[in-house]
Design a binder for this molecule. Structure first.
Ligand code: NAD
Length: 262
């Protein structure tokens, strides 16, 4: 049984990682999907593999004009719009005094400014019958991470903009939520997986002691897109193996064992 039968969805960054798994799951659950991505080769191949309910639209989400064209073409192909997934994203690393301003602007454009433009063009379609907007933020938008300057700033912006959109469109029947993934095994995070020291520290700091898989984020997107989440709006939903539940204080059982102190 499809949870989003006949729903029409745009997924930015739908050609890889989390977005790709969302496209696969949404098709499985009866939706029509536009994969909107910079990577035409992967996007076209995925749309062809997923069949007649999947389409590819090329877009660089850092370019407002391309977003306008993409939303117009996507809504034409789909015959309307019920679900918008703002998921395309890029990372960066380094301390601010060494950072290149062009990189700062690129990250803010792709990860944050793009949402304003996709929403601006998608909302008139969503307002016709209601719908769901899901923004891929990050745990790095709820707290900071070393060296993530523009990434942390952009994802923090995504979370608060999500709340604003949720308020402004609540009475139009549009729910808006952000997902905050922790470490997810996708091409974006590949450099981290190749570094044993980093992975050891990561796994120490993840209560579930493993990275997440992109389909584990896609399942939460499906929930938020479906009527199962009919009263959920304006939320930042951590999908992070428990990272955001922990203050970072010592793992006391490692030091005290399984004892009870009266
Ligand atoms: P990914 O690199 O596998 O996929 C990102 C997709 O976005 C790619 O298909 C890429 O071509 C597309 N993209 C990048 N720049 C674009 C642009 N300018 N225009 C259009 N498309 C563009 O990475 P992922 O891990 O699946 O990332 C998806 C989202 O999840 C991102 O917003 C990322 O910040 C977020 N996220 C990922 C992790 C993680 O550990 N992987 C953690 C937290 C948040």
């Amino acid at each position: 049984m499809g949870l989003i039968n006949n729903k029409k969805a745009i997924i930015t960054g739908g050609a890889s990682g989390i977005g790709e798994q969302a496209a696969r799951l949404f098709i499985e659950h009866g939706a029509q999907v536009v994969i909107a991505d910079l990577n035409a080769e992967r996007g076209e191949a995925l749309a062809a593999e997923l069949g007649e309910r999947a389409f590819f639209c090329p877009v660089d989400v850092s370019d407002a004009a391309q977003i306008e064209t993409m939303v117009a073409e996507a809504t034409r192909l789909l015959g309307g719009l019920d679900i918008l997934i703002n998921n395309a994203g890029i990372g960066t690393y380094g301390r601010t005094h060494l950072a290149d301003p062009a990189v700062w602007h690129r990250v803010i454009d792709v990860n944050l400014n793009a949402l304003f433009h996709t929403c601006r063009h998608a909302l008139p379609h969503l307002m016709k019958q209601g719908g769901s907007i899901i923004n891929t933020a990050s745990i790095s938008g709820t707290r900071a991470d070393y060296g993530f300057h523009a990434y942390a700033a952009s994802k923090g912006g995504v979370i608060n903009y999500t709340r604003n959109l949720a308020l402004d469109y609540a009475t139009d029947g549009i729910r808006v939520n952000a997902i905050c993934p922790g470490l997810i095994e996708t091409p974006l995070a590949t450099p981290l997986f190749g570094h044993p020291g980093v992975m050891e520290e990561y796994l120490n700091n993840i209560p579930m002691q493993r990275a997440g898989q992109p389909e584990e984020i896609a399942k939460v997107m499906l929930f938020l897109a479906s009527d199962l989440a009919s009263y959920v709006t304006g939320q930042e939903i951590g999908v992070d193996g428990g990272v955001s539940a922990w203050t970072g204080q010592p793992r006391f059982p490692n030091h005290f064992g399984d004892i009870v102190i009266p």
